[in-house]
Design a protein around this ligand. Structure first.
Ligand code: FE2
Length: 253
């Protein structure tokens, strides 16, 4: 039995292999275009930990990542793996994987006609957007803790919805204050030029309001998936979201 799947009884049926050799030259060139579109803005506006993680896990501009190669670098750092899955997972399978430090990772790539947006996550959103942060030890611990807490709340829809907001305003749309400015770390920002530009170019009249991170506020903050974000929450350090995930466990237990 594959040791990576041995502890995933719920998610097991969603696990697939990535057939890296099957990607076409055109698909690799779509990946390259996506990376080239994002990097100039991210070099200036992504948080340091994201940019370091990108290097540490060996992502490249010119080819779609081979997840086995990514995991060879990521695993020894934090114990996380980018684990290929067939698509959207039901919540119990998703949380089971996070609690086991396995990040469910799609292997398909968007088409050239939809460079900016795909309704469902693809390998660009999942690997370019999410996985570099998993090389950071505190973020890595936070995400596992998040999965553990949610896995224990499967019986309570209302509490899970509140935890979903914590995910949204950190993992997907999180920002952090570094050296006096707002930097991006959430995957929904990192992987989207439009969402990032909306944050970077915000004014009093347009773009999201950025509030100080507060667990209670986040757990109660509604959001719309289909629109540009109107409110974001800035942390001062990643310790803050780790503590928030621990606190959420007491608060919602
Ligand atoms: Fe995501």
């Amino acid at each position: 039995m594959n040791p990576l799947t041995a502890n995933l009884p719920i998610a097991e049926s969603f696990l697939i292999q990535q057939d890296w050799a099957a990607y076409t030259p055109d698909q690799h060139s779509v990946w390259a275009e996506l990376v080239r579109r994002r990097m100039p803005q991210l070099e200036e506006h992504a948080c340091e930990e994201y940019l370091q993680g990108f290097q540490q896990i060996g992502l490249r501009e010119d080819s779609i990542p081979d997840l086995a190669e990514v995991n060879k670098r990521l695993g020894p750092r934090t114990g996380w793996n980018a684990t290929p899955v067939s698509g959207f997972l039901p919540p119990d399978a998703f949380f089971e994987m996070l609690a086991a430090r396995q990040f469910p990772t799609t292997t398909w790539l968007r088409k050239r006609e939809s460079l900016e947006y795909t309704p469902e996550p693809d390998i660009f959103h999942d690997v370019f957007g999410h996985v570099p942060m998993h090389a950071h030890p505190v973020f890595a611990d936070f995400l596992q803790q998040y999965g553990r807490v949610c896995a224990g709340l499967m019986h309570d829809k209302d509490k899970l919805e509140r935890m979903g907001r914590l995910f949204w305003f950190t993992v997907e749309f999180g920002v952090i204050r570094q050296k006096g400015t707002i930097k991006l770390y959430g995957s929904g920002l990192i992987s989207s030029h439009g969402e990032s530009t909306n944050v970077i170019n915000r004014t009093d009249e347009g773009g999201p309001e950025i509030r100080d991170f507060d667990l209670d506020a986040v757990l109660n903050q509604q959001f719309l998936v289909s629109e540009m974000q109107k409110v974001l929450y800035a942390v001062e350090s990643f310790d803050q979201i780790y503590e928030a995930a621990r606190e959420a466990e007491h608060r919602l237990a």
